[in-house]
Design a protein around this ligand. Structure first.
Ligand code: FMN
Length: 325
């Protein structure tokens, strides 16, 4: 399938694996790219820029296809060494960067000089327009249903995607709630040129996370996510568990007075403990409502081939029938 996104990134299918903390390692990124999509290594999961350089090299040993690196700009006092991270990405020969969090204006000149395509992930049309203004090549539009940080506007993709299509000149992919060929066709119909998936790729064979994390996503329904950190304006959609219920209880008790320190035990440093350590209740970890559509743990190859064949079938059979009257 050819779209503006497949052409821009040099990939076979318009399917991207979004950056995911302690999930987006070389094994997963390579598996997605080898299956014809665009796999993404998550920069901030690597403890140092040197470790990121090694992870990129490890990924490139596993695939000759394009790969991306996610760079998340965190609202933090102890900022990571972003210049060194960008240098590792450029020196590593990566061709696509997915940025998220704050807009990437500070690093754009370096990425553009290196010929790297930049896709910025954002949750509102105004942020997408800002990304377009500062020279991003594409945006990933993350609807309210997404796993991770949906922003504070709460606009679901049924509205957000057509709004983005009307407002933007650059291509965009639909992110949040994407699971299968139906998601792809619907997103294309609403003006997107591809899809970005997070939670769906956690429940794959190659995702280097504990089997219990994958099983939890398969067992979950669309009713099992919660929004945490809303009073801190750092809303995150997570799978509910005991720690998440504690965070929400503290929110009810403390109201607007709640501080990050009040919930630090449930949200700081928990990803390695959950993803690799099998401490499923250690804290709040991102998961989308799309868990309700995830019933298996396929290989990335089978998942992507399945999405494409279902999309082809919907377009050729179901939609063509309506068109014929
Ligand atoms: C476990 C997990 C960790 C994530 N970590 C990050 C991250 O570090 N940076 C980022 O930009 N997005 C992160 N995301 C968001 C995904 O890249 C993607 O935008 C989102 O999952 C899409 O929604 P979906 O889960 O409904 O597919 C994460 C998502 C999940 C499920």
């Amino acid at each position: 399938m050819k779209t503006a996104i497949t052409e821009m990134f040099g990939i076979e299918y318009p399917i991207i694996q979004g950056g995911m903390h302690y999930v987006g390692f070389a094994e997963l990124a390579a598996a997605v790219s080898n299956a014809g999509g665009l796999g993404t290594i998550t920069a901030l999961t690597q403890k140092t820029p040197e470790a990121l350089a090694n992870e990129i090299a490890r990924c490139k040993d596993m695939t000759d296809k394009p790969i991306a690196v996610n760079v998340t700009f965190l609202p933090t006092v102890n900022a990571p060494d972003y210049p060194a991270i960008i240098k590792a990405i450029i020196d590593g020969g990566v061709t696509v960067v997915e940025t998220a969090g704050r807009n990437p204006s500070q690093v754009m000149p370096y990425l553009k000089d290196a010929g790297i395509k930049v896709i910025h992930k954002c949750t509102s049309v105004r942020h997408a327009l800002k990304a377009q203004d500062i020279g991003c090549d594409a945006v990933s539009v993350d609807g309210f249903e997404c796993g991770g940080h949906p922003g504070e506007d709460d606009i679901p993709n049924m509205i957000l995607l057509p709004r983005a299509a009307d407002a933007l000149d650059i291509p965009f992919v639909a992110s949040g709630g994407q699971a299968d060929g139906r998601s792809l066709v619907a997103s294309l119909a609403m003006g997107a040129d591809g899809i970005n998936l997070g939670t769906r790729f956690v429940a794959t064979q190659e995702a280097p996370v504990h089997q219990n994390v994958k099983d939890a996503i398969v067992a979950a329904t669309e009713l099992d996510t919660r929004l945490v950190m809303r009073p801190l304006r750092n809303t995150e959609r997570v799978l509910t568990n005991k720690a998440v219920e504690r965070v929400l209880e503290k929110g009810r008790a403390l109201g607007d007075k709640i501080q990050f320190d009040d919930i630090i035990d449930e949200v700081a440093g928990i990803y390695p403990r959950v993803m690799q350590g099998d401490e499923m209740d250690a804290g709040a970890w991102s998961c989308g409502m799309v868990a309700g559509l995830i019933h298996d743990i396929p290989t990335c190859q089978d998942l992507i081939a399945g999405i494409m064949s279902q999309a082809d079938q919907i377009i050729a059979d179901r939609l063509a029938k309506f068109n014929a009257g």
